[in-house]
Design a protein around this ligand. Structure first.
Ligand code: FES
Length: 377
């Protein structure tokens, strides 16, 4: 007998009444968040515990696929007995903890943090590619922060758009470090880190080189986690606002891993790919092909009808004509040389259903077990 008490896209935790052989006992911590009782495994952060209780705590540097960093401080909360306001993403729960996530002191602290971020932000939201999907703008709206009282120096970095995939505008960077961690922890490429000091601190490549001159593999996982317009996808520039796009979940066709992502569709055409963090295989992670290779769909060299070779030249044919030819020739080969003259090799790029159909056809129609799959070797 067990009751689910905690879940995330990848993990589920249960209170287990009878602890049998091979079952790990979970050490649950009880606390209250905004007056609600919560029980979570020891080591859970206050932010994640709140999430389990259905309470959203604002965050700019936190991502559940990345190691907590505690950079932005927007997730501050009040905890009974503490005089300061700790960052909930890097504060572990403890027994009997009493957390308040939206007291006047917490709200004021978040407003000041947002003002500090805005003090050195271009605020070109009207033309920013991230408009409608910018976490910074969303929280400014939520907390009524229209502008910053703090005036001072601003950055004027040139944008890095010298590669075909990613535009990097560090004037919009809020130093959350998500790109640095995504590159190291999701992709494993580790080409980004913070460089320079103080006001000049920025995430960049070795030697502060453009991405094209670095070891960047252009997976775009940094773009997927960026909360502002500092990192955007070049292919999507000017192709519509996020709220105009329909998201269609699909499976990547490029290899047999089976990564899921959302196709972004605008005006009946695919205009980009977005990570879908509920994807069971890959979470937000994608490779360069999955994230940026979708435009093959509109390549004019793509075959759109069957071709039949006649007199040494390929000629367009109807599907009926092509399928009749294949059926007739396979029948002739089987009749003349026997079933063992036929073999089928299927592909990891096909769906499970397509692969199943091919082996059924091979065994039941052609009468042979000569069937194999490229992923087996
Ligand atoms: Fe906790 Fe940024 S989300 S410090």
């Amino acid at each position: 007998m067990r009751d689910k008490v905690f879940s995330s896209p990848r993990l589920e935790f249960f209170v287990i009444e009878s602890i049998g052989k091979g079952v790990v006992e979970l050490d649950l911590v009880q606390l209250t968040i905004d007056g609600r009782g919560v029980a979570v495994p020891a080591g859970t952060s206050v932010l994640e515990a709140a999430e389990q209780a259905g309470i959203h705590i604002p965050r700019l540097c936190h991502d559940r696929e990345l190691v907590p960093f505690g950079a932005c401080r927007l997730c501050v909360v009040e905890i009974k007995g503490l005089r300061n306001l700790p960052a909930s993403c890097v504060t572990a729960v403890s027994p009997g903890m009493e957390v308040q996530t939206a007291t006047p002191a917490v709200v004021e602290a978040r407003q000041v943090i947002l003002e500090l971020l805005l003090a050195n932000h271009p605020q070109d939201c009207l033309t920013c590619e991230k408009s409608g999907n910018c976490a910074l703008a969303g929280y400014c709206y939520q907390y009524g922060v229209r502008e910053s009282r703090l005036k001072g120096e601003s950055h004027a970095y040139p944008a890095d758009d010298t590669n075909p995939f990613i535009v990097r505008d560090l004037n919009k960077c809020i130093l959350c470090g998500k790109c640095v961690r995504a590159c190291a922890e999701i992709t494993g490429q580790d080409i980004l880190d913070f460089a320079y000091r103080g006001f000049s601190t920025r995430p960049t490549t070795f030697g502060d080189a453009p991405l094209l001159e670095s070891d960047c593999v252009f997976c775009g996982n940094c773009v997927a986690v960026c909360p502002t317009g500092a990192l955007t996808e070049k292919q999507r520039l000017g192709r519509g606002r996020y709220w105009e796009m329909e998201r269609v979940k699909t499976t990547c066709p490029f290899c047999g891993v089976g990564c899921n992502f959302d196709l972004l569709v605008h005006g009946g055409r695919i205009v980009g790919v977005a990570s879908n963090e509920t994807a069971p295989v890959n979470g937000k992670a994608l490779c360069i092909k999955g994230r940026f290779g979708w435009d093959f769909i509109y390549n004019e060299k793509r075959l759109t009808s069957p071709l039949i070779k006649k007199n040494g030249r390929f000629e367009e044919a109807s599907w009926d004509e092509a399928l009749d030819l294949v059926a007739r020739r396979l029948g002739e080969i089987k009749a003349e040389h026997g079933p063992e003259a036929f073999a089928a090799l299927s592909s990891a790029r096909c769906t499970n259903e397509e692969n199943y159909l091919l082996q059924r056809f091979t065994r039941a129609v052609m009468g042979t077990n000569n069937v194999d799959h490229c992923a087996r070797t």
